[in-house]
Design a protein around this ligand. Structure first.
Ligand code: FAD
Length: 552
């Protein structure tokens, strides 16, 4: 699919009318990657599907991950072979579905005598990893000598390194992947709304028959009738199990993971690196556009799940890890341009530390029929969705009426590229069209890796609209217009955090243009003065949270 179907805040009333009046086969609560994947799987197989999200799509963990489509190398240490096989082989599938958005990235793994598994165990481990994930011969791991490793990354602490390895992973943008899967589900007939909170369940003869929901933009409440309800509420899954009186047995264990972003010139890594740190954990440093981002932490979290913040200690831990392993870099708190903090909804196991807890997904079924899914990985969203929809069909519908899962063939919007080379050629052609902008190649890469061939629509809008404005603003206004018409953008944070990622990766650009973008929203979305002011305040608060850290 190349061009998107309308999916706009202007059509909310129509979507609300459907949600109020129709009876659905399946209602999904939660519009992160898990809910999005289930919606696409279910709708494409013929189930009449609805999804409600209480914030914006990908507001929760699905915009706060390390943004890798990865096989989870470290899960080999936990002997989770099944998980490594599933997510490892899913990487190539998700790359096929969106080759512009799921981009191959070679990962450097420096080795040291003092830390990590050592040369031979790593060599065997990576071999097993490639085998389980079915990695093609040309992409399989390559072991490196000490000198080769230091040539790949001269910033590494030289006396620590005694070799290295290069292996294959993929990078992505988690929130953009989520919105593209949501859009694909809408194209298959799913009825989907953000800023719609499920407050309670409704029951028919003791079995769940839908949910009561509040439209948070108008504060109106209504009932959605549905034969089956699935909760894909991530860290909020146990809140909904509480409401359903079914939080018995296994429960969630939330751990916080923080990432910090610094200018690439301050930490100029040549490629993504996964390095061991002194406490036995491993950390990623990943170059992206003008920045490098570093993560992550993994600490038990018991605070407010609706407001998860980076603390000074989190940030300092990551800075110390970089400074200890890349001694010439000397990063300080003042170098941090942005950050994010997310929660892993893991399944509690007595006596295990946070890093020992399994990353596998878990399905809970309550006596009244609520199906909840938590845990898992961004990478495995499609297989998790297939499992859930298989279960739903088996338990509640006549199996032979519905198609088997075929989401592995459903390319996402803007993804009609036959190879990565074709993506590169398209990036060059976009860069040529942007030759008057300040950094044409960087801008072209940003646009194409976010939107794929939908970039054509954005460029066309930038050519015709706001022609008196500087090109940077014209392009941003075109992205906004695209977001409002095709991606359900309803607020400034939707646009700057989850559709464009600019609040994380180009916060100065947000600062430069937030007023102009807010003025455009006021015009297009009909905001009054109060809304205009509160939107800018909300954005400023997020910018502060991402840069000014309190002590825990
Ligand atoms: P969420 O994204 O949290 O979605 C749940 C949604 O439910 C939220 O948007 C929330 O607003 C909504 N909701 C809650 N209650 C209600 C309600 N009552 N009504 C309506 N909506 C509701 N995985 C990878 O594959 N690769 C990685 O690199 C990676 N890195 C990670 C790094 C960190 C720090 C963390 C924390 C996780 C990482 N993961 C990674 C895991 C991955 O991010 C998660 O598995 C995935 O995003 C979970 O998605 P989800 O949809 O289940 O949850």
């Amino acid at each position: 699919m190349t061009s998107a179907q309308k999916f706009s805040v202007a059509d909310r009333e129509q979507i609300l009318t459907r949600l109020r009046n129709e009876t659905f086969d399946l209602l999904i609560i939660g519009g992160g990657i898990t809910g999005a994947g289930i919606a696409l799987d279910a709708a494409s197989r013929g189930l009449k599907t609805a999804l409600v999200e209480k914030n914006d799509f990908a507001y929760g963990t699905s915009s706060r991950s390390t943004k890798l489509i990865h096989g989870g190398l470290r899960y080999l240490k936990q002997l989770e072979f099944g998980l490594v096989r599933e997510v490892g082989s899913e990487r190539a599938v998700v790359h096929y579905l969106a080759p512009h958005l799921v981009v191959p990235e070679k990962m450097l793994l420096p080795l040291s005598e003092k830390k990590g598994l050592g040369y031979w165990l790593t060599s065997i481990g990576l071999r097993v990893y490639d085998y389980l994930a079915g990695v093609k011969a040309e992409d399989q791991r390559r072991m490196l000598t000490r000198m080769q490793t230091l040539r790949y990354e001269p910033l590494l602490k030289t006396d620590d390194v005694n070799g290295g390895a290069i292996y294959a992973e993929y990078r992505t943008d988690d929130a953009r992947l989520t919105i593209e899967v949501i859009k694909a589900a809408v194209q298959h007939g799913a009825c989907i709304l953000n800023y719609a909170k499920a407050n309670d369940f409704i029951y028919h003869e003791n079995l769940i028959g839908g949910a009561s929901v509040t439209d948070l933009l108008t504060n109106e409440s209504f009932i959605i009738e549905s034969k089956v309800v699935v909760s894909a509420a991530g860290p909020w899954v146990d809140q909904l199990r509480n409401i359903n009186n079914s939080r018995h047995g296994k429960r969630l264990h939330l751990t916080k993971g923080v990432h910090i972003v610094v200018p690439h010139k301050k930490f100029p890594v040549r490629q993504a690196i996964y390095f061991d740190v002194e406490d036995g954990r491993m950390i990623f440093s990943i170059p992206r556009g003008r920045t490098t981002y570093i993560g992550t932490t993994d600490t038990t979290y018991t605070g407010n799940i609706d407001e998860v913040l980076t603390t000074q200690e989190d940030a300092q831990y990551l800075l110390n890890a970089v400074n200890a392993n890349f001694p010439s870099v000397r990063l300080s708190l003042a170098d941090i341009e942005s950050s994010w903090a997310g929660l892993r909804p893991l399944i509690h196991e007595d006596g295990k530390s946070t890093s020992e807890l399994s990353r596998k997904d878990e399905i809970f079924e309550s006596e009244t029929g609520l199906i909840s899914i938590a845990g898992g990985k961004l990478t495995g969203y499609r297989k998790m969705a297939e499992r859930i929809v298989n279960l739903v069909i088996k338990k509640h519908f006549q199996a032979n009426v519905y198609k088997p899962c075929f989401t592995h063939k459903l390319k996402l919007n803007g993804s009609d590229f036959s190879s990565r080379k074709e993506v590169s050629r398209y990036i060059s052609s976009v860069a040529q069209k942007l030759s008057t902008s300040e950094a044409p190649l960087l801008t072209a890469r940003y646009l194409v890796e976010n939107y794929g061939r939908q970039t054509d629509q954005i460029l066309a809008m930038a050519e015709t609209d706001h022609s008196a404005e500087p090109i940077e603003l014209r392009l941003l206004l075109a992205e906004l217009s695209f977001g409002i018409q095709f991606e359900m953008v309803a607020s400034l944070p939707d646009f700057f955090v989850r559709r464009t990622g600019l609040l994380y990766f180009d916060i100065q650009k947000v600062d430069r243009w937030k007023q102009k973008i807010a003025e455009e929203c006021k015009l297009t979305l009909g905001w009054d003065d109060n809304r205009f002011k509160s939107e800018l305040q909300a954005l400023d608060r997020l910018m502060r949270d991402a840069t000014k850290f309190k002590s825990a």
